[in-house]
Each structure stands twice: as C-alpha cells, then as structure tokens.
Design a protein around this ligand. Structure first.
Ligand code: FAD
Ligand code: SF4
Length: 513
C-alpha cells in the first residue's frame, strides 16, 4: 500500500465495471474511486425497469468487490442528500470534499458523457487525465482511420481484425476452412424437433434495489422481475453465463442464429450483451473461448466463425462508426420519416402476432435477439415510416444492453436506414414470407402471411411494396435492390394499385393493427 501524500479522484461510470482494469491491480491509499447513481442517467430516456435494476445491482456488486480488495470507494446512492443528480456537479463536489489534487476518468463510450467530461475538464483547477477502458479491441478513432475517405464496409474491417489479431487463421495467413464467412451454412429456421438446453438464468432477489428506484421517483416501464432477476450482475456470474453458452449453446449458435420461436425467447443466443456492455467481461475473452471450443472440436467452424464475427466484427465496427460519425449521426433521417411510434410498442397489444410476441417478450425480459429486433420490430417500424428519433428512444429504453454507441448504430443505421447506407448497403425489410419462414409466429396470427390485399392480409406484405414505391427516387439506383424494382415493375397496374391502397389503409390506422 502506497502512503498517501496526494489524492486522486477516479470516476467509474455504470458501464465501466471492468474488474480486470489496470487501475485496480494495486491498492493505492491516495486514490478514491467514485461510483454514482444519478437521475441524469436514469432519466435521459425512459428505461426498462430491468435495465435500471441491472445497472444499479452491477454497480453495487462492483463497489463491494473493490472494497473487499482494499480500494477506497465513494458509492453515491440516488437518494443521498449530497447527490446533485448531475455528473459534473457531483464530481466538483467530491473533488472538493476529498481534497483531491487530481481527477482521472476512463474514456466514456457515449458522446454526451464525453462532451460533459471535456467541459468539466476546463472548469476544474486540478490536473485531469483520461485513460482507456481496456475493454475493446480497437480505439474510438480506429475505424475512421482505417477507412479514411472510403465508405465503411464491415466485411473488410472484420477480415483485417481477424488478420491483426490472428483469429481463426491458418499458418499461411488464410482463413481457417478456406472462407472468411460461413453465413450460407447458418440461418436455418428452428423446427423444434430437438430439446433445447434451458437458458442460464439467475434468480436474484433485488426487491431492495427496485424499492430504491421507486422511492426516488424514477419512471420506468416493463416487468421489473425484481424478485427473480435473471441477468448476471457480477463478473463471476457473467463468466458462468459465457461458460454455459460455450458448452451448451455455441455448437448450434450459427445454424439457428436467425430463427424465432414463441416458446424459446433465447434459443441458442448467448445473452452476454449486458455483461459485455457493462465491461464485466471482455470481448477478447469470449472470442478466445469460442475459438478454443472449435480447436477442441466441440463446436464447428460455421458456428464459431459466426459468433466471432458478431463480436470482433459487428460490435467493434458499430463502435467505430459511432465515434467516427457522431454527433451528426444522431440527427440523420435520410428517408424523412415522420410517423409516430405505434402505441402497442409500449403494451404489445397488437393483432400482428409476430409484433405481439416480440414486444411482449421485450417488455417481460428486456431482451430480444438480433433478428427479432431487426426483422420484426425494426422491419415494421421502417415500413411504416416511423421517425427514427422515436425508434431510437424506444430501443434505447427497452433493452438491458442498450447503450447509445451500440444502440443507435444498430437502430438508426442497420435497422432504419436513416443514415442512408453508412452501416448497411440496403434496408433490412421483408414481407411476411421471411417471418413465416424463420418463425412460428404466423401460425397464431389474426392475419394471413400469404394474403397480400383485402380482408386478413398481412400488413407486412402491402407495406413492403409501399415502402419501395415511395422511396424509389432514393433507392432504385442501388444495385442490391435491382430485383425488387424488377418484380414491382412486372406487376400489373391493378395489382400495384391494390397493394398501395391496402398499405395506405393500414398506415392510416397503425394503432389498431
Ligand atoms: P448473441 O446473438 O448471442 O451474439 C453475441 C454477441 O455478439 C452479443 O452479445 C453482442 O455483443 C454481439 N453482437 C451481435 N450482433 C451485434 C450487432 N449488430 N452490434 C453489436 N454487437 C453485436 N446490441 C447491444 O449490445 N445493444 C443494443 O442496444 C443493441 N440494439 C440493437 C438494436 C437493433 C435494432 C438491432 C437490430 C440490434 C441491436 N443490437 C444491440 C445487436 C444485437 O441484437 C444484440 O447485441 C444481441 O441481440 C444481444 O443478445 P445476445 O448477447 O444473446 O447476442
Ligand atoms: Fe406477422 Fe404477418 Fe405473420 Fe401475422 S401474418 S405473424 S403480422 S408476418
């Protein structure tokens, strides 16, 4: 233990719970860590109750871990009289209170916090130092540097990451299995012919934290599930979830990655995004563990490569896009969509069974897997022309893993095409055929997936063509959409008119669908 002459105040944000950060390697009497619950964080968007409980619980556990290891920590609770509920005001207060002669923080992952801390830096009269979170493979600036003036392409970035980090490469530097991508072998529907392993769920009683949230008057929505909270909230629990995934789920991860099933919300997905995004576990840990499973021949290359691509590719790529394109990115609305978010997004009360199932599941668990987010909810909101601000707010609130850097790039970019094609090369939309193929939702639906117009017609079918027709000037030069416009152009005028009229009728009563 070093003797204290000076004192440094070090900030730890709620998504910086990196148990293995070099800050915590040695006990240091001259350092005080500051961990804060604040209304500025609970109120910048309406959060799902499980998201609030999850972050508060993970912060409690992290503070307990630091204290157990001899570190000095101020844990400012939401109802503490000293709490100004504002990041900068609290830091200024504790700098004075602790008589700190230096302030340090880890680079935040959100633009608004970065801006706030940079502004604070100018106001503090003591030295300020910012350090890396030691979590990601890449720095915040890496992607902009990698692409320069060229358009970003995830696949190019991903291949360079595989090469740089020597992941799934053979001795001569070529990709293992002779291909970079095994997507063709993945993405099958789940026919329910075999028994699925049970998901690894915890059952924490966090009634005390939920009471704290409620007593502080923090608004939220969704099922708090406070007495049997299922998400991991320590590093140890997070590693248990990862190990469970590697042993029981990874071998079938690739093949059923895009499948959706009413009875099985999680299928073979890992449920590790909350643990990753709070930094309780590191991306390199899970990638290395997955590669080991392949080396042990416990999981095939298609599954392992598919999983590695999500983390080493998509997750790092999205973060890079965020830091490259913010702050302008948050205001992009290239398709000029204006419609209000349908009311059933907050209740799940819609006759469209796919949306009913996915929204209800999200309200209940604070989770939906990628294809549920992209090809059910996102698909519909894009076809319906909902304003991307409203779509972003909803996604940022409802999912336990939603932090702006990874939420906005997925939502505004990949899902809503509001960035005009920075993240994806074409909009992710489909008619009912895709949902019917990949899920069992259509079986129990009020609407019929095969019917395009008239009584009982599935709204996805006519909205799909309405979307491409109304956005023709912006899209018909896109080479990836050539087939879509060819098919549209081949349809008779009567058929087109019927589809457009049907879509107009549905667009006029979104809340009643
Ligand atoms: P798995 O399917 O098991 O995948 C493993 C891991 O890969 C995930 O935990 C995640 O860390 C990573 N991953 C997979 N796809 C992506 C992706 N597109 N971008 C970044 N990482 C990815 N992910 C978030 O972490 N936070 C969000 O707020 C978020 N919002 C999304 C919004 C929309 C509209 C869409 C289409 C996707 C969003 N995603 C988001 C990506 C993805 O849906 C989730 O990471 C995933 O569903 C989390 O569940 P899992 O851990 O079981 O993932
Ligand atoms: Fe969804 Fe249409 Fe299928 Fe109903 S018929 S579940 S609305 S895709």
């Amino acid at each position: 233990m070093r003797k204290a002459k000076h004192k440094t105040l070090r900030l730890i944000l709620g998504d910086q719970l990196n148990y293995r950060h070099s800050w915590f390697r040695d006990k240091d009497d001259s350092v005080v860590y500051l961990v804060m619950e604040m209304k500025q964080e609970t109120g910048y968007v309406l959060h799902h109750a499980q998201k609030l409980i999850g972050f508060f619980a993970a912060m409690y556990n992290f503070v307990a871990y630091l204290r157990k290891n001899g570190h000095n920590v101020v844990h400012l609770l939401i109802d503490d009289k000293r709490n100004k509920q504002d990041l900068a005001a609290n830091i200024q207060y504790f700098v004075a209170q602790e008589k700190a002669d230096a302030f340090e923080y880890m680079y935040p992952d959100e633009y608004r916090l970065d801006k706030q801390l940079k502004a604070l830096e100018k106001q503090l009269s003591i030295p300020v130092n910012a350090v890396d979170t030691e979590h990601f493979y890449t720095t915040r600036e890496a992607l902009g540097g990698f692409f320069g003036s060229k358009s970003p392409v995830m696949e190019r970035f991903y291949r360079s990451m595989r090469q740089k980090h020597g992941i799934l490469l053979s001795m001569d530097g070529t990709p293992e299995g002779g291909a970079w991508n095994f997507d063709k072998e993945n993405r099958k529907p789940f026919k329910g012919k075999h028994q699925l392993p049970k998901p690894k769920l915890f059952s924490h009683d966090y009634s005390d934290i939920w009471k704290e949230v409620q007593q502080a008057g923090i608004e939220s929505f969704g099922n708090p599930d406070a007495q049997r909270f299922s998400w991991p909230t320590t590093r140890k629990q997070s590693m248990e979830v990862v190990k469970y995934f590697m042993k029981h789920l990874l071998p079938s991860f690739g093949i059923y990655q895009d499948a959706m099933q009413t009875e099985h919300a999680f299928l073979y997905h890992a449920r590790i995004s909350f643990a990753l995004n709070t930094k309780m576990i590191a991306p390199s840990e899970v990638v290395n563990m997955a590669v080991t499973e392949w080396k042990k021949q416990h999981a095939d290359l298609a599954s392992v490569e598919g999983f590695v691509r999500q983390i080493l590719g998509w997750r790092e790529f999205m973060r890079g896009i965020y830091w490259w394109k913010m702050p302008g990115y948050a205001g992009l609305n290239k398709l000029e969509h204006k419609t209000k978010l349908p009311e059933w997004c907050w209740t799940g009360n819609t006759k469209m069974n796919c949306l009913h199932r996915v929204v209800t599941q999200s309200l209940d668990t604070a989770y939906a897997h990628h294809i549920q987010r992209l090809m059910v909810v996102g698909n519909f909101l894009l076809l319906a022309g909902v304003h991307p601000d409203a779509v972003d707010q909803w996604y940022l609130g409802i999912y336990i893993d939603a932090i702006e850097w990874v939420e906005i790039t997925n939502t505004r970019g990949m899902s809503q095409f509001a960035d005009g094609g920075i993240v994806g090369t074409k909009p992710y939309v489909s008619s009912a055929a895709y949902i019917n193929k990949m899920s069992d939702y259509c079986k129990g639906c009020h609407y019929k997936p095969s019917v395009k117009t008239g009584e009982g017609s599935c709204p996805f079918n006519s909205l799909y063509w309405h979307f491409f027709d109304r956005h023709r000037p912006a899209m018909d030069k896109n080479p990836r959409l050539g087939m879509v416009y060819k098919t549209w152009d081949k349809m008779s005028a009567d058929k087109k008119e019927a589809l457009l009229l049907q879509a107009d009728a549905y667009l006029g009563k979104l809340n009643e669908l």
